[in-house]
Design a protein around this ligand. Sequence first.
Ligand SMILES: [Zn+2]
Ligand SMILES: [Zn+2]
Length: 333
Amino acid sequence: MSKILEDNVNYKCRKCGSRASVRVTYAKLLLCREHFLEYIENRVLNTMKRYGILKDTKRILVALSGGKDSLSLLHILSKIKDKTELEEIIGIHIDLGLGEYSLESINAVKKACQDTGTNCIIIPIKELMDHNLPELVELTRRPPCSLCGLIKRYILNLTAIELGVDAVALGHHMDDVLVFIIKDFLFQDNIDMAKMIPVTKGIQGLLAKKIKLLYEIYEDDLSTYAYLAGIKTTKTPCPYKYQDPFKNSIRKMMDELENYAPGFKISVARRLAKNLEKTPILEEIQPCRYCGMPSRNGICSICSLTMKIHGEPIGPKIKVKIKNKLQQGTLHL
Ligand SMILES: [Zn+2]
Ligand SMILES: [Zn+2]
């Protein structure tokens, strides 16, 4: 964890001796602004090397929500790109049509892409599915977070396959990953648990490889990074933000243990990655009979969802719309 120091304390940066701005508790370090940013960028580089995250990966699609996690990831990637094999980074933002929250998110994403010189694709779900998220929630009566997750996964995967990139980079940080894994363990959801490792393999032309470059990065290090790097992020909370009591309790427990033993989360994350990598993801995946995207039983979740609301599976139409959008090129912001 990291803490921004009060203005009235006068400690020196371990690296350069100028006034320290941040205390990094798990590393027992005091650092100035510049050296803290560099420290986090190096931690991402080390995470990448430790798990071979960018092996055979030259072109990536980065999922950008507009929050501190994904936008910090984009900034960090643009800073460390030259030290990796990466040749191209493309940003993607999925516009859910959630009023003020979505407008602010789009602006934050555009600004971050401008600042980092990243080409970007902005995809409004209304264009693809004729409805925005609130309308789809109303029509399907499904919980908004599961609906949103399902739509985002589909669009991200489809766009990655159409662009032919080597992987999709997700902004999941260590605190999120640990909470997901522990909750999945308690509910014995072994397939989802095994998907939380730093790299999940793809299937050529069907399923994009997913990478988590922030696998060993604490959430509050990202807040501090975004703040000190001056990254503009969405401040409006998602109108559907849901406080899961299971996740909240697990988070609290992990925070308490981290306070008791700084660095505890990193060592747990490392052990989990080692063991989960040995667990095969025993999930049968086959192409959807309508749109060709991944499915468990021959009909993907988007085709089965839209059969109910549109009276037909619209996966194939979504595919054509995304193809057309990509032919117009990505946005040079
Ligand atoms: Zn310094
Ligand atoms: Zn389908």
